[in-house]
Design a protein around this ligand. Structure first.
Ligand code: SF4
Length: 252
């Protein structure tokens, strides 16, 4: 039997969760209106290509990872050819992105592992992930060494699969943290499950994509890493971080 203290704690946790859910929806509505949702999907890659693209994009500007991806595709005719090429050649092709010396062997190892799991000569296309429940598809991808929650979600959502799994990039993470949707010490990896749990379970891929893009745009265009523009922020009334900042400035 639960003690009164345990019951009170459980009730407080449930109330806190409900408040964060409501805030996530309110913020979603305002930021989608601010930045012009629905946002068109930017990628039409098949899931395997999207996976490689996501591995290239880690801590890299979009333009640089795009250049690295384009050159990789131009240099090698197939993913099988990338897998079996000398690592230095892959590293050279992706030199536009950050840490090509780490990403080249990682991409080749991922392609090797996918080929082994599929039991095929060439790495398989990953379209079969569409037949799995989303948590299983994510677990399949994340059990590959070097594939984390952001990469698995990007593969499922951004690719032609269009499966509603939500990636959390550094902008999205920063905005969510300042708004109090997640705690101040929650890292980008663990934030995926916590932030996805706040979204209505029936949301489709477009809604999940809009949510991610809206928070990301807000991080890029207003909630900057240093000196966020809180004075013109459309969710200031929901943001303890921004209110403390402006309050502090006013007091100072
Ligand atoms: S109020 Fe400031 S810190 Fe909060 S979300 Fe807006 S810009 Fe970011």
């Amino acid at each position: 039997m639960k003690t009164a203290a345990a019951t009170a704690t459980a009730e407080a946790q449930a109330a806190d969760f409900a408040a964060r859910q409501a805030k996530a929806l309110l913020v979603h509505g305002r930021l989608c209106a601010e930045y012009g949702a629905p946002f068109p999907f930017f990628s039409t890659k098949d899931p395997l290509s999207e996976l490689v693209s996501a591995l290239l994009s880690h801590r890299t500007k979009n333009a640089d990872s795009h250049r690295a991806y384009q050159e990789l595709r131009a240099t090698f005719p197939t993913w099988e050819a990338v897998r079996d090429a000398p690592t230095e050649a892959v590293q050279h092709a992706i030199r536009a992105c950050t840490w090509p010396e780490q990403k080249a062997p990682r991409i080749q190892a991922v392609l090797r592992e996918i080929s082994e799991r599929c039991g095929t000569d060439a790495p398989c296309a990953l379209d079969f992930l569409a037949e799995m429940p989303i948590p299983e598809a994510r677990a399949w991808l994340e059990s590959i060494s070097g594939v984390g929650p952001k990469t698995s979600a990007a593969t499922l959502l951004f690719s032609t699969l269009r499966i509603p799994a939500m990636p959390v990039d550094s902008h999205h993470h920063r905005v969510a943290q300042r708004l109090g949707l997640i705690g101040p010490k929650v890292g980008e990896g663990p934030a995926h499950k916590l932030l996805e749990a706040l979204l209505p379970p029936g949301w489709d891929a477009q809604q999940v994509y809009d949510h991610h893009e809206a928070l990301m745009f807000h991080g890029q265009k207003c909630c900057y890493f240093s000196s966020p523009a809180c004075g013109r922020c459309v969710v200031l009334d929901q943001c303890p971080f921004g209110q403390a900042r402006l309050g502090g400035k006013a007091a100072g």
